[in-house]
Design a protein around this ligand. Structure first.
Ligand code: FAD
Length: 462
């Protein structure tokens, strides 16, 4: 039996980061993975989708280049090449992670792991061979999987999940997207920018439920502007594949016909068949219950990422991985995940943190003051010819304590980090306003929003 100080189950952005940190701290570490190093994020999630989003943005910009004085004949799409490039990006990154693990002397064990008893994981390889790994501390990082309800006739080509849209070369002209959450909207952005006819069907009254309402409606507006048909408050009642056509009935609406249907209605934590019950590990609804140290109810067993957190973000998984690894390696670390950035890579993109405006008003009533700095007043946005968006900052009127922010517009997923840092370290809105921002940048709009909040705006009347 191989013996380790720390064994990590799952090699996504939670697990591989945990393994690297544990090994860096001197723990003899192994990582057990049954599919692909890098997990969902690197293989079929964040990375391929962002490579596709960058491509679609370039393609779309070329169609509008005449406005910038560049005469460009109609761009031609070679989707096979687009996907080949996307796969190369994925391969470079997954290969890089494997090298990082090896350089830190982390043993990579390919196979499916299952907790056998306290301190032991049974690993079954693809050929059926089994081995037992013993470890003083175990970090569960099994992530999440796509939800595939039986009502949809998934076939891997015409009715698909993001596992296929991030890997397959198939791109028909008409695409139906079921689910208008973040992932559905990102793919609607990709396909509409590539000139496809897209229909999104979302059961809730607005796209991206959970996001600031005003910002979600801006996302809907930008998608509609690119020709996307947005059917919110709508339910698919049946779906079938007829030859090469997906036929979907939508309650109270005309039938939708498309060459492909992407079903993006959520991801479920991977918590079954990994031996949690045998060890009596407590659950919090569908996810593994952990404290701020990422410790489960069983001593020496930690859980991180999508299997133990309702915020399904790679960077949250990685942060939890670091916290768990520090504790597993005998150090002390915790994070209550009070402040972290949330990102939506639609065009325009969204970066947010803390409370949304409606959450802040619900919790703090009239004590809340909100400022919205429009990107129409940003020099950089004007230079880019992309002035859709704003920086919205929400703070307590009396103290200037920042409660949250939502940025929408170019580079917002980067711009938001300044506010994340400010909130994490409890800076006030005055301190944000006093910070010198480079000009012209998209980030300077954060300083402008803070000045606007203080009633001292320079570049907007407010
Ligand atoms: P995962 O990445 O799911 O990794 C878990 C790993 O564990 C997998 O490799 C799995 O095969 C393995 N595993 C599971 N069970 C076992 C077992 N029993 N034995 C061995 N191995 C096992 N997040 C962002 O922050 N930004 C984005 O832009 C973003 N875009 C996304 C786009 C798409 C299309 C999708 C689907 C997701 C996106 N996400 C994004 C979410 C992000 O991918 C996840 O939040 C993140 O991957 C979670 O990391 P994790 O380590 O918890 O789990």
């Amino acid at each position: 039996m191989s013996k380790y100080d720390v064994a990590v189950l799952g090699a996504g952005p939670g697990g591989y980061v945990a393994a690297i940190r544990a090994a860096t701290l001197g723990a003899k570490t192994c990582i057990i993975e049954n599919k692909y190093i890098g997990g969902t994020c690197l293989n079929v999630g964040c990375i391929p989708s962002k490579a596709l989003l960058h491509t679609s943005e370039m393609f779309h910009q070329m169609t509008e280049s005449a406005d910038f004085g560049i005469a460009c004949t109609t761009p031609k799409l070679d989707y096979t090449k687009v996907m080949a490039r996307t796969r190369t990006v994925v391969k470079q990154l997954t290969g890089g992670v494997e090298q990082l693990l090896k350089a830190r002397k982390v043993d990579i064990i390919m196979g499916t792991g299952r907790l056998k008893q306290a301190g032991q994981i049974e690993v079954t390889a693809a050929d059926g061979a089994t081995q037992t790994v013993a470890a003083q501390n175990i970090i569960i990082a099994t992530g999440s999987r796509v939800v595939q309800p039986k009502a949809f006739p998934f076939d891997g080509k015409y009715v698909v999940t993001t596992n296929e849209t991030t890997t397959s070369d198939y791109l028909p002209n008409d695409i139906l997207i079921v689910g208008g959450g973040i992932i559905g909207c990102e793919f609607a952005t990709i396909y509409s920018e590539l000139g496809r006819k897209v229909t999104i069907v979302e059961m809730m009254p607005s796209l991206c439920p959970g996001l600031d309402k005003e910002i979600a409606s801006q996302i809907a507006r930008s998608l509609k502007k690119r020709g996307v048909e947005v059917l919110t408050g709508s339910k698919i009642t049946s779906m079938k594949v007829d030859g090469e056509t997906v036929v979907a009935e939508v309650e109270g609406k005309p039938t939708v016909k498309a060459g492909m249907a992407l079903v993006a209605i959520g991801r479920a934590p991977v918590v079954e068949d990994i031996g949690l019950e045998a060890l009596g590990i407590a659950m919090d609804k569908q996810i593994i219950k952990v404290d701020a140290r990422c410790q489960t109810s069983a001593p020496g067993i930690y859980a991180i990422g999508d299997c133990a957190c309702r915020y399904q973000y790679a960077h949250v998984a990685s942060r939890m991985g670091i916290v768990a690894a520090e504790n597993a390696a005998g150090h002390k670390a915790s994070d209550d995940l009070r402040v972290f950035p949330a990102a939506v890579y639609t065009h325009p993109e969204v970066g947010s943190c803390g409370l949304s405006e409606s959450e802040a008003r619900e919790q703090h009533g009239d004590a809340v003051k909100v400022a919205k700095f429009p990107l129409t007043a940003s020099g950089m946005a004007r230079a880019f010819g992309d002035t859709q968006g704003m920086i919205k900052i929400i703070a307590l009127e009396k103290t200037g304590e920042i409660l949250g922010a939502t940025c929408i517009g170019p580079h917002s997923t980067d711009v938001v980090h300044e506010i994340v840092l400010a909130m994490k370290h409890e800076l006030t809105i005055d301190e944000l306003a006093e910070t010198i921002h480079a000009h012209p940048t998209f980030s300077e709009a954060v300083g402008e929003a803070a000045e606007l909040w203080l009633g001292k705006a320079i570049h907007t009347i407010g």
